[in-house]
Each structure stands twice: as C-alpha cells, then as structure tokens.
Ligand binder design. Structure first.
Ligand SMILES: Cc1cc2nc3c(=O)[nH]c(=O)nc-3n(C[C@H](O)[C@H](O)[C@H](O)COP(=O)(O)O)c2cc1C
Length: 315
C-alpha cells in the first residue's frame, strides 16, 4: 500500500493532485472525464464579489508548447456560486478550494467573508489583479501590497489561506516571504507569465486584451525554478504548477519542494490528466519502493537546504 496523502495548511488531501483554477470550470464540467472524488482537490475558477463578463474579443491563442489567455476573470460572482454551484460540488465529495480576486484590498476581504462557509476547505488568493485604488498596479508584484491583501483576507475568513504568486517579478522569493510573514498558510506558484502575439496579416495583436497570460509546457522550467528557489526560503507548503502534463512533470515539482501539484492547461486538451497523474504517482511509488510519496518532497534541493515542510513531513 502506498500513501499519497498530504496535509497542506491543515487540509488533508488524499493525494497531491489538484485542478488549477480557471482550467477546470467548477469541476462539474469535467465529471465525465475524471471521478472528482479521486482527485486531491478542485480549485474553482476565480470568484469576485459581483459577476464579471470578462474581456471582449478573442480570449485565447495557442503558442509553441503553450497557451496565451486573456479571459479577464469571467465568473458568475460569489453569491451565485454559493447558491447554485457549491451545493452540487459538495455532492461530489471533493475538497473545494475557492480562488478569489478583487480590485481593491476591501474587495478581496469582502469575497473572503462571503465565501467563509461550510463546503469550502481553503481560499486561494489570486494576487495578479490590477489594484484600481493605486492606478492599476498589480497586487502580486509589490510585496507590501501583496501582504496587505493577505492580512485582510486572513481577518475575514476562518479557512486556511493559500496565496497564488505571479511569476512576473524579478525576485519571487521576496514576494513569497512577504506573504508568509503576513500569515499566508501556503503558496501556489506559478500563475501565468505575461505575453502577447501579433497577427502578421492584420498587423494587430491577436488577443482582445492585447496581452495575455502564458501557460502550458512552455512555462514549466520557469515554474520549477521558482518552486526550487522558494521552497528553500519559506516554511509553508507550496502547491507547484505550470505546464504539468504527465507524472514526470509532477514529480519534478515535488522534487523541487512542492508538497502538492496543480494541473491547468493540460485539462483543456487532455481532460483526464488529473486521473492519469494520480495513477502514475502511485505506480512511481511502487516502482521506487516509496511507502509515502511525501518523502520525495524537496529531494532535489541542495543538501541541508530542505524546507521546514520537508523536514517536518519526514518526521
Ligand atoms: C484559461 C485559463 C484561465 C485561468 N484562470 C485563472 C483564475 O481564474 N485564477 C487563477 O488564479 N489562475 C488562473 N489561471 C492560471 C492557472 O490556474 C495556472 O496557474 C497557470 O495556467 C499555470 O499552470 P498550467 O501551465 O498547468 O496551466 C488560468 C489559466 C488559464 C490557462
């Protein structure tokens, strides 16, 4: 028997494989492809206080080994989610992580308060939004703004708080430490990398929003590097993501120090990826005589540099 389970910020997951926000709908849309009660957790599409229709124009375009998206955080709003979606999701018996966003610190706090209900196991803060109060600066690129959001959310929820970091910074460790000090219980990294594509015939940007977020295998080396750097410097667990498509990709993130992994873009073209990963991780443990998958977390780190999480998990 192999133990795939993991405890992240007080949440017990039967395995470390999570559906990344925005790429798995609200989970129910994928129920024909993946038995939801067999995945570690589902992180739902980013929720705001009020419904949002997202960006106009074209919203996605494929790139070499990747995807550019500029959905613009379309969602039905937190109240609608609670009334119409969460009850159905609860029937699936899968831990639900609520991904949230706002355009001001107050808005983040308000969404966290509305979603502080039974049936949601944790809140994941997407800090890649422009801060409207400060003229469009993204919360996720300013360590003190990011910390302010975390403190406000912590004050308004009883749930564990996971902060999802943006890779669009020079020093990811600085951001990670700042939100850890502000009380974040865990980190998710990474969100998408800013990019754009231009159509040479129309001679115009392809996406309605001009810029988009790059995801998929193209970003994986960047994401692994960020997890590797961060896991040596923080004492809270990390959910690693960015271009995971198969079991080896997931293992790479865990060896770099991620306690759990999330799959995003791969769900869009291979909707059973989460199930395949759970199976593959079990097979890896058996073939490598590992009774506990968590024992590999951080194994690729330099000796003596394992994160506190790694030391703790090895008992
Ligand atoms: C179409 C699309 C929508 C996304 N929506 C969200 C979102 O609502 N909130 C969020 O925090 N991240 C969102 N993301 C980012 C993903 O959750 C993930 O962090 C990123 O895509 C990297 O993982 P991947 O390469 O496996 O897709 C979105 C990504 C894509 C491709």
């Amino acid at each position: 028997m192999v133990d795939l389970s993991v405890d992240i910020a007080g949440i017990h997951l039967q395995n470390p494989v999570i559906a990344a926000s925005g790429t798995f709908g609200f989970g129910l849309e994928f129920a024909d492809f993946v038995k939801l009660d067999q995945v570690g957790a589902v992180c739902v599409k980013g929720l705001s206080l009020r419904p949002s229709s997202g960006n106009l124009g074209r919203r996605t375009v494929e790139t070499p080994s990747g995807l550019l998206n500029a959905i613009g955080l379309e969602n039905p709003g937190s109240e609608y989610f609670l009334e119409h979606i969460l009850p159905k999701l609860r029937e699936q018996k899968v831990p639900v992580i609520a991904n949230i966003y706002g355009h001001s610190v107050q808005e983040y706090a308000d969404v966290a308060r509305v979603l502080d209900v039974e049936g949601i196991c944790a809140v994941e803060i997407n800090i890649s939004c422009p801060n409207v109060k400060q003229g469009g600066l993204a919360f996720g690129t300013d360590p003190s703004c990011a910390a302010e959001v975390v403190r406000a959310v912590k004050k308004n929820t009883h749930k564990p708080v996971i902060t999802k970091l943006s890779p669009n910074v020079t020093d990811i460790v600085c951001l990670a430490k700042s939100v850890e000090n502000a009380g974040s219980d865990a980190l998710s990294l990474i969100n998408t990398l800013l990019g754009m594509k231009i159509d040479v015939e129309t001679q115009r940007p392809v996406l309605g929003n001009i810029q988009g977020g790059l995801s998929g295998p193209a970003v994986r080396p960047v994401a692994v590097r960020m997890v590797y750097q961060t896991s040596q410097q923080v004492h809270i667990p990390i959910i690693g993501m960015g271009g995971i498509t198969n079991v080896d990709d997931a293992l790479e993130f865990m060896l770099a120090g991620a306690s759990a992994v999330a799959v995003g873009t791969a769900n869009l073209y291979q909707p059973d990826t989460l199930a395949t990963l759970v199976k593959g991780l079990r097979t890896y443990c058996v073939s490598h005589h590992l009774p506990r998958l968590q024992d590999i977390v951080g194994r690729a780190l330099p000796q003596g540099k394992e994160s506190m999480m790694y030391v703790a998990s090895r008992g």
